[in-house]
Unconditional design. Structure first.
Length: 217
């Protein structure tokens, strides 16, 4: 069973989502809430496989929660449900480290399939929604085609890894905690399809994400 925490500030919508997720026979909804700050507590408590989040909630938005999950270095994957198909929302979701972005108008089986996909560590972004957004996000048609969604902060981390800095050294340089550095590295590994610092630097050099001896702007 895929363990899920659900958050949507509309109780009727939340009830409907919970019902079709659980009716699939593959998903167990451990807890639910309508508040973005409350869902952080639920994620800490239950450590679910997937957090299914509305993009607009009081307390904290789904995008803010996705960013928090990444910074915590949590193993929970975030699937955002949204009524918005605008590029800025999709780009923000990608930058926050969400694993998927699905419109609320999608069929129930499509949302269930997206939960299954992100629970396995894969991305579930609708191709039609993200085609333009990817090009804007990475600024490179080649990288957009490869689906490499590396944020500017992650590139900073990669540059410092290439210089041989430890997590503590990177954190000191960027003014962030060791744990946040670990979260960025985990995100980088997943996006580049690698399993080590050396592989990440090698892949980043091949894709032109960083250059040896490159200074921060």
């Amino acid at each position: 069973m895929i363990r899920v925490v659900l958050a949507d500030d509309h109780a009727v919508v939340r009830k409907g989502i919970r019902e079709f997720l659980e009716d699939s026979g593959k998903i167990e909804v451990l807890a639910e809430t309508g508040d973005g700050e409350k869902v952080k507590e639920l994620i800490k408590t239950y450590q679910p496989d997937v957090a299914v989040l509305d993009i607009r909630m009081p307390g904290a938005t789904g995008i803010e929660v996705a960013r928090w999950v990444r910074e915590q270095g949590s193993a929970t994957h975030v699937l955002l449900l949204s009524a918005y198909d605008d590029d800025p929302f999709i780009i923000a979701a990608l930058q926050a480290g969400a694993s998927g972005y699905v419109l609320k108008t999608a069929e129930a089986d499509q949302i269930v399939a997206a939960v299954e996909t992100v629970s396995r560590g894969h991305s579930a972004f609708d191709a039609d929604l993200t085609a333009k957004a990817l090009a804007h996000f990475v600024g490179s048609p080649e990288l957009a085609a490869a689906g490499v969604l590396v944020s500017e902060r992650e590139r900073e981390v990669l540059r410092l890894v290439a210089e041989g800095l430890t997590n503590r050294g990177i954190g000191h340089q960027l003014g962030i905690s060791d744990r946040t550095v670990q979260g960025h590295l985990a995100s980088i590994y997943e996006k580049l399809g690698v399993g080590s610092r050396t592989e990440a630097v090698t892949k980043a050099l091949q894709l032109g994400l960083i250059e040896l001896g490159q200074n921060d702007p």
